[in-house]
Design a protein around this ligand. Sequence first.
Ligand SMILES: Nc1nc2c(c(=O)[nH]1)N[C@H]1C(S)=C(S)[C@@H](COP(=O)(O)O)O[C@H]1N2
Ligand SMILES: [Mo]
Length: 542
Amino acid sequence: MNISRQKQGSDDDGARLGERADSPVRQQAVRRGVGGWAAAAGIVAAGGGVAAGELVAGFASPSLSPLTAVGGAVIDAVPPGVKDWAVSLFGTADKAALLAGMALVIAALAALAGVLEFRRRFAGSSVVAIFGLAGAAAVLTRSQMTLPALISPLVAAVVAVALLRFLVGRLHGWEDAEDGESVAAAGSRRIFLQAFAITAAASAAGGVVAGIWRGAAAAVSEARARIGLPVPASPAPSIPAGAESGVAGVTPIVTPNRDFYRIDTALSVPAVNPDTWVLKVTGMVAREVQLSFSDLLAKPLTERHITIACVSNGVGGDLIGNARWLGWPVRDLLAQAVPQPGADMVLSRSTDGWTAGTPLEVLTDNRDALLAVAMNGEPLPLEHGFPVRLVVPGLYGYVSATKWLTELKVTRFADDAGYWTPRGWSERGPIKISSRIDVPRSGRPANPGSVVFAGVAWAQHTGIRAVELRINRGPWKEAELASGISVDTWYQWKLAVDLTPGQYEVQVRATGLDGRPQDETSRPPAPDGATGFHTVRVDVKS
Ligand SMILES: Nc1nc2c(c(=O)[nH]1)N[C@H]1C(S)=C(S)[C@@H](COP(=O)(O)O)O[C@H]1N2
Ligand SMILES: [Mo]
């Protein structure tokens, strides 16, 4: 197929200026130079389209951003192995890396679209249009199907195509003029360059404004700062004096908010306005219930320390944290709705569509499962689910800890599934008993004599009875267990061991208050949580 532009065809945009005066060699060189601008025109047109789409999304709702939707769709589509690889490579910068990667892919496709469009009318426009439709599809999979959800990717595509046609038209004018007199050629060149510069500037300005819109989050932050937290009806029991082992380098018993691990599929943090937020209880209930944020704050609130953990936490990993949560017990809300017989699951939904499936029984027994509004004495940080999230003692986050909560659907495991279940993770996710050595760090040299080992152990909603260490697979030695805050939190432990120079492999294991020891078999996090003993290597110098 010949995709080069038909010079004398009906797609003529610019005025013809005389006969071709130059040699074929010069024409070729000019065309190649002009063709380079075609790629740049494609990039600027796409940039303008993306900026326009983001602006429209900014008007409607930050959750409608096509860029975020496409990124979210990418996150949802990649297999968990690739996701783990990306997290291990980029760490907490994984989302910035994804955005940068998307920008590169979009720029490359846009450059290609520019060149195609330059060669054949509508060839590049079709690429852009297909991309716009893909963006629309991504938006639809992310949010509920609403009209505004479709508008922004379509606006992005229409604007990008219009800009592309406009710039490529000017470029053809220049190309054609190059075949004629040099004065006319210079004029056409100037016209193209001016059009290009104006489009680029306008796109950049639009991008900046859209970026400011993303700062909608900033407005929500302000609303958050104005919240006055009520005094708990049931305050958190005070932390026992002996809860901290006092060993330097051990994780603090309460994790500060800024150090708390963050795991979610949200590319940009949802900005949820507490003044318009509502929680709906739906599904198999005698009575549907709706609750506003101020309704929630007016309830008798419970404050508890609860340690939450991610199912993806590998043995010895740090995707676990302990905070003081303030909230209304979920069972009190469910009691108002009255779940129907036969229901066995609550599907909690976040404003961005993410869901978790939690056994109804766990949310109605006497444990402190909370509709949490505060974390360590302040309103939830935006990244941790502002204004309201679930915190359920004893279950991994993926089946319980829904952030930016907006709906509780009472249902059955037979009828519904949370976000991760069809993606290879278990339907049920009780936290497995585990323990970790925080000091000495693996691979660090130590001095001979008394070496202090210390760390944490957890078995949420069961509690820890004992922690033991073994050296080079020798007999287990019982460590000194600090008093826990409650069975719903982690416990600190320490043990001083006399070590002579040499290499040591030290392992830790915990036993629950139910008498069950930690599982020795090494298993990866998928599908329902890692098992095995955390092992550190210590090099005692001579
Ligand atoms: N809306 C939403 N809530 C979510 C998730 C998510 O992806 N989206 N991830 C869950 C998972 S897997 C975990 S481990 C916890 C982590 O909570 P944190 O980020 O506050 O530590 O949030 C849970 N709540
Ligand atoms: Mo998680």
